[in-house]
Design a protein around this ligand. Sequence first.
Ligand code: SF4
Length: 385
Amino acid sequence: MRLPGGRVTASQLAVLASCAEALGDGTMHLTSRANVQIRGVSDTLALAAWLADAGLLPSATHERVRNVVASPASGLAGGLVDVWSLVTALDDAICARPQLAELPGRFWFGLDDGRGDVGGAFDDRVDVCWRAVSRDTGALLLAGVDTGVRVPVTDAVGVLVDVAAAFVRCRGEAWQVRELDEAGRAELLANCGESRFPCVGRSESVIHRAECSESVIHLGAVRQDDGRHAVHAGLRFGTATAAQVRLLAEIADEAVVTPWRSVLLPDLDDADARAAERRLADAGVLVEPHDPAASITACIGSQGCAKALADVRADATNAMSELAAVGGAPGVAAHFAGCTRRCGRPPTSAVDVLADGDGYLVDGDRVAPGELADVLAQIRAKGRR
Ligand code: SF4
C-alpha cells in the first residue's frame, strides 16, 4: 500500500491490523519507501475491498506509481518549510496525468523540507526531489545529485511531474534515473525548467549537509515546535504485529511511516507522550533514543522470499543478542540481506552482511553465521561504523 509521505490515519492503521490478522501473516511490514506491506495474503480480492473501503487504494490506474517520500517531521519539528500540502498536491498531480501511469513502480518522488533526510545524503534512489534551500525556494535533485536549478515552492509540483513525464519518454530500459545514460540524463535536465528558473550551478552543500536541524530524528519523544510532542517508534526489522499496529492507532489520531521503517506519532501532550513511550516499550516497540536494535536492518530473508539464501532475520537476531551480551553502546549499523538485491538497504554506510549460501560475506569477507557477532563487535570496536 502506497502512503504518500507515509501519512496514515489511526482508523486506517486499525484496518491494516485487521487485514494483517484476518488475511495475511499477522504482521505489517514497513518499507524504506515509507509504504506498508501485508504478506502471505490468503484472499487478495477481500484484502483489496477492505483497503479500498478504508481509502487506501484511491487510484485504479496510478496506484503503483504514487511513490512520494517526504521529510516525516516536516511541520512538526525543524525544517525550512512544511511540505505536507505539497505531498497532497503532488499525489493529486501524479494521478491526474494519464501518462504517468506508465512510470515504473520503482520511480520515487521526494519532497525534502531542507533537512536532507530524504533527498540528499548520497541517496540516489530518490529519482526526482525538490529540496528546500529557503522558505520559498528549493533545489531540484535528480538521483540525489543537485541539478543547480532552483525552483520556487509554488512551481515544485509542476516541475516534479514534468520531469517524471520526461522520464517516461526517455527511459528506454531504465527503471530509475540513476540507470539513465548520458543522453537520457540530458533530456531530463532539459525538462527541469532551466529556462524558466534560476540555475546557480551544482552545489555540494545542498547534497551533503542538513541546513537546519538533525537530519534523522532520534527514537522516543521528540519536542515539536509548537510545544507538544511526537513519539518516534522504531520497529525491529520494520515489522509490527497486528497488536502493535493497534497500539499505534490508539495513541495518536494520525501516524507518519518513515523511510527508516519506523513510525512517528505526532501531536501528543507531555503526559500522553510519556505514557505512550511506556506502553510502546512494554509492547516491544523501540523508543530508547539510540537503541542499538534500530541500527540493525534486514530484508525478509527466507521467512518470506524464495530468493533468500538464509534466514537473515534469525541470524541478525542471534547476532544482536550476542552483541548485547558483550555489552556496550553504541551499536553497529549493519544490513543483513538474503541475496545480492539487498532489498531495504539503508542509504548509509551500514556494514554489508550478505548471505551467499555458504554463510555470509561481511563487507566482502567470508564469515560463518556463528561468528557474525564477533566480527560486528570488532567493527564496532574499531569505530568503523
Ligand atoms: S534481498 Fe534478496 S532475499 Fe532479501 S528480500 Fe530481496 S530478493 Fe529476497
